[in-house]
Write a protein that binds this ligand. Sequence first.
Ligand SMILES: Nc1nc2c(ncn2[C@@H]2O[C@H](COP(=O)(O)OP(=O)(O)OP(=O)(O)O)[C@@H](O)[C@H]2O)c(=O)[nH]1
Ligand SMILES: [Mg+2]
Length: 321
Amino acid sequence: MELPELTVVIGLIVLAVAGLVALRWRTPTRIDDIEPAVTSQAGLGAALRRVWGQGPDEGTWQGLEEMLLAADVGVGTTERVIEGVREARPESFDEAREALAGQLMAELADRDRRLHLRGSPAVVLVVGVNGTGKTTTIAKLARHLMDEGRSVVLAAADTFRAAAGEQLTVWGERVGAPVVTGQQGGDPAAVAHDAVTSARAKGADVVLIDSAGRLHSKKDLMAELAKIHRVAGGDRGVDEVLLVIDATSGQNVLSQVSVFMEAVPVSGLVLTKLDGTARGGIVISVERELDVPVKLVGVGEGVDDLVPFAPRSFVESLLEV
Ligand SMILES: Nc1nc2c(ncn2[C@@H]2O[C@H](COP(=O)(O)OP(=O)(O)OP(=O)(O)O)[C@@H](O)[C@H]2O)c(=O)[nH]1
Ligand SMILES: [Mg+2]
């Protein structure tokens, strides 16, 4: 091989190695940096085009009301949004769409949607009705935090359901996080306590605590959650209490979650299954009603299907098709 050719070959090899190294050591994606992909299939854009017709008349506003209610935006919010769009006096479909986007954005007014994980270890308690996606969300969140370089311990404090500990253990193995479990029917607060102690001993950054979604009575559930919260928080408290809500469960979700709101100080909402619903407007109504920020949304069953909630992208995805 001639010298110039050799230089080119060596150059190419150096480039390839540098590329591989860059890929391997790329700056980890922070959970707060990820742009949500399509998070809902509400089809509000197409619906608006239909009701817009030749221009705004009473039928348009009635049609708009129906489409917002059908997307689970909620009665109060729908009224405010229509009022706002009407006041903007849109003269074209594009202006109407823009006014609608603006009104929906205003409903999601500035809220602090970051996760505050300051303790060492930081403690996150995940609560919610059974089947909403608590355990899956914990696995997804663990994956994100670990991708950011944080070490995570999982606590299987759902000792109520037989297979709950196993399910979390499987997820733990999949994402590479240690799982602290207890006996079925044992004290979940003890599991949470053990997990925090173990995390502290290991110097782990975050403890994610799974909990049962259903107990024999509302009183049992409240007492149990309050105890987990007290014991896991110790002197400095729990960093985040995330309430997981199934986005496909419709407006009756509010009556379902009241027990959790009474039992523990919920600091953030996680709306799961937004991938499987045309009723993404639930995000807006639930946030308004509960007055707690939506921090994360679940957009699938895979371990990477959890994204931080970003109002602008969300409204765009609502209006997209
Ligand atoms: N499509 C979709 N499915 C989800 C999402 N999150 C969770 N699931 C599914 O919902 C089902 C219930 O999830 P789990 O994580 O077991 O729910 P849970 O709240 O822990 O349930 P319990 O422990 O029984 O109270 C599973 O089949 C998950 O794969 C999501 O964002 N999108
Ligand atoms: Mg579970």
